[in-house]
Design a protein around this ligand. Sequence first.
Ligand code: FES
Length: 324
Amino acid sequence: MIETQHWWPVAQVSAAVSAPFPVRLLDHDLVLWRDGQGRLAAAHDRCPHRGARLSLGRVCDGQLECPYHGWRFDADGPCRHVPALPDFVPPASQRLRTVGVREAHGLIWVCVDGDSGDLPAFSTESDSRLRKLNCGPYDVATSAPRIVENFLDMTHFAFVHEGWLGERGHAAHHDHPVERTPSGLIATGCQAWQPQSNRLSSGGAMVDYTYEVTGPFSAVLTKRPDDPALGDYHEAIGLFICPLTPETSRVWFRLAMADFASSDEALRAFQHTIFTQDQPVLESQHPKCLPLDPRAEQHTTADRVSLAYRRFLRDSGITFGVIA
Ligand code: FES
């Protein structure tokens, strides 16, 4: 499965502190922990001795200790201590199945097969003019690609987000270019009239969006309201999804905002309102996995971004959360 060679977010950085922390990814159970130097480690959540869940154990002197017979493992995977045989030196073959792990965008990322390649880009992360914070996680009862497709879709604003990101009197779609990129696609010049385009807006404005798909289940939008009162105000939102199972997902948003005056809670509240408007509709879609055959659902020219995303998934060989 090609998905195991990609990097996926599995937890907030603050989640893995001193105790082993269980996570689920692509139908795999994994465990995170930090060694004595605070270095993050990750492995399959199964002891190689008798198959117990390692996440039920604890971290002792920076080593992960199994809850069943107390075998201890280093962050790189080798077993270092078997309490029933204190003088025994475990062979190199007695080790954990470790996985790649990194920290970025306030999240912990895992690659099940390997430790190379790039994480999904979020270029505004290094923009000091924008303040960064995370929103989530949201556990959503649908596939990851259904959530990405919703994020890329402006034509639902007038209905799902009426009074916030759209109004039914302004539902007409404005055509715009969509191009493939090595990591997915980019759609520029996407225009929408919005009554409350962001937390600071005091009235309606046309808003210019750019959407980028930055990986199979990640995307970034950049918004620039055409509102003189907001000056050069712009913001970016990264969507990062952990595919738990084919039909369940954990979602984080990385907010990059020009608003340094508001509290974290106020900034999160706007995004929370928007996504909790999306969530019941997303969870109502059937089938939950995204059908890639163009004949499986009906489309118009207003669905060009979603069709381009489906083609990208098909060409990338993605099989998790989709119907080929
Ligand atoms: Fe883990 Fe025995 S099952 S030490």
